[in-house]
Design a binder for this molecule. Structure first.
Ligand code: F6P
Length: 360
């Protein structure tokens, strides 16, 4: 069984479906296979920053029912870079030493960090600075982490967006409307292109291919001329024009974020084509609820593989899904390789081959 270990696990960055399935797999493998202790750290690095550090021992009983539970039982945060942490007085403070001290105070032998590229970059910096034995597990609905075909959460988001298109299809046809579905993904159009093809969209707009509003309107008119009385459009939140123009929303506090492109396009279409147009913004529904079978499978395989890496003493690595296998790569390699939709890749070619309009 090897030497006894006490390992920590945390979830960092935006949540998604499948995180609890990873936690469950890690606890099962660490406890049952190796006889180790697993500490669940609360609220990502905030739990290590707190005094006493916020962590509890996770028993099999606690995680057994988690396979289908959405969110993360540990909590998470996507704010507060520990190297420039926002303080109450408005200043920014480097609090990395407190987090590192928290790890050592808990007497951890290793830490499993589940995160996207931003979180993994921060965790790695902390690990290098503070002698933390880190293993990374990729998660993000955006699926933009290089070197892994799957990040946890992506498949569920695609399922949800596809189901939304399936539902919109019928109401669009019944009312002879243009229906726009706005999806997340930040600067990567993976959700839009995958769900768009699977859900039979007529137009797919992704950040990797600049769009022209005139051409979208032309496509709608062309469909009308051939007797198709409706049009289904799926648009990624961060699409841009050839001039690089994006649409963002600013709240009453002056904070901006992606959002609003669906309504913007609807206004343009109504003005130029005169056809009734409605918008659905999927938002955080894409991140919530029960994970798809594929996400649960990948989450479970990643959890087991991460524990096995620790058993082998292999740190500073991230588990990956490549060619139907779980492998691992140095975290630096994963972070360095941002993965956008390839404008000449299979999915774009498939969409074009199906006569789906991509905005260019
Ligand atoms: O990175 C995941 C993601 O869901 C993006 O697709 C989206 O733009 C963003 O997070 C939303 O962040 P928040 O939860 O802070 O609104």
């Amino acid at each position: 069984m090897g030497e006894h270990k006490r390992i920590g696990i945390l979830t960092s960055g935006g949540d998604c479906s499948g995180l609890n399935a990873v936690i469950r797999a890690v606890v099962h493998c660490a406890v049952n296979t190796y006889g180790w202790e697993v500490l669940g750290i609360r609220q990502a690095t905030l739990g290590l920053m707190a005094r006493p550090p916020q962590a509890t021992t996770l028993e099999i009983d606690q995680v057994d029912s988690l396979l289908t539970a959405g969110g993360t039982m540990l909590g998470t945060t996507n704010k507060g870079d520990p190297f420039a942490f926002p303080m109450a007085d408005g200043s920014l403070c480097d609090r990395s030493a407190e987090i590192i001290a928290g790890y050592h105070e808990l007497n951890l032998d290793a830490l499993i960090g589940i995160g996207g590229d931003g979180s993994l970059a921060i965790l790695r910096r902390l690990a290098q600075q503070g002698g933390i034995n880190l293993v990374g597990i990729p998660k993000t609905i955006d699926n933009d982490i290089g070197v892994t075909e799957h990040a946890i959460g992506f498949d569920t988001a695609v399922n949800i967006a596809t189901e939304a298109l399936d539902r919109l299809h019928f109401t669009a046809a019944s009312h002879s409307r243009v229906m726009i579905l706005e999806v997340m993904g930040r600067d990567a159009g993976h959700i839009a292109i995958a769900a768009g093809i699977a859900g039979g969209a007529d137009v797919i707009l992704i950040p990797e291919i600049p769009y022209t509003i005139d051409h979208i309107c032309y496509k709608i008119k062309e469909r009308q001329e051939t007797g198709k009385n409706y049009c289904l459009i799926i648009v990624s939140e961060a699409v841009r024009t050839h001039d690089g123009e994006i649409v963002t929303m600013t709240n009453r506090l002056g904070q901006s974020r992606y959002g609003g492109i669906g309504e913007y396009l609807a206004d343009q279409i109504i003005q130029r084509v005169g056809v009734e147009t409605r918008v659905t913004v999927l938002g955080h529904i894409q991140r919530g609820g029960t994970a798809s079978p594929l996400d649960r499978l990948v989450a479970t395989a990643f959890g087991v593989a991460a524990v096995n890496l620790i058993a082998e003493g292999k740190y500073d690595r991230m588990v990956t899904w490549q060619n139907r296998q779980v492998l691992s790569v140095p975290i630096t390699e994963a972070i360095a390789q941002y993965s956008a939709v390839d404008p000449n890749g299979t999915l774009v070619k498939t969409a074009r081959g199906m006569g789906i309009y991509l905005g260019d």
